[in-house]
Design a protein. Structure first.
Length: 127
């Protein structure tokens, strides 16, 4: 999976999953699955176009996280910084999207796989 840390003016974009989705109502960073033949960066450009209708310029990978969920599932997440994009955010999949200050991130109920990253971002690490 590839996910974007979309930052602008000291804020980062987060999305809340719809109630009908697995782990509904939890918050996450935009992104998705890497399809066969795609690099993580290519997947992220495609996912952000589909989910938010933006053309992102994907920057460097910031961190890679492997997380094992209690129910037995596992996820391998690669997070990339996105500081530039063309177009206006047009939410296609989330219940809602929000721009929030990094220090406010811990106030949102994130997916378990993202929680360590959220703490680091709020503490001023990584970005």
């Amino acid at each position: 999976m590839a996910a974007a840390l979309i930052v602008r003016d000291g804020e980062i974009l987060i999305g809340q999953r719809r109630p009908d989705q697995p782990m509904g109502a939890l918050w996450e960073f935009p992104g998705g699955k890497i399809e066969p033949g795609e690099t993580a960066q290519q997947a992220l450009v495609r996912e952000l176009s589909e989910e938010l209708r933006i053309e992102a310029q994907v920057g460097p990978r910031i961190i890679r996280i492997r997380h094992n969920y209690r129910h037995g599932g596992a996820v391998d997440l690669q997070f990339f910084v996105v500081r530039e994009f063309a177009g206006e955010i047009d939410n296609q999949i989330y219940q809602q999207v929000r721009w929030v200050r990094l220090e406010e991130l811990p106030g949102y109920d994130f997916l378990a796989a993202d929680r360590g990253l959220v703490k680091d971002l709020a503490a001023g690490k990584l970005l």
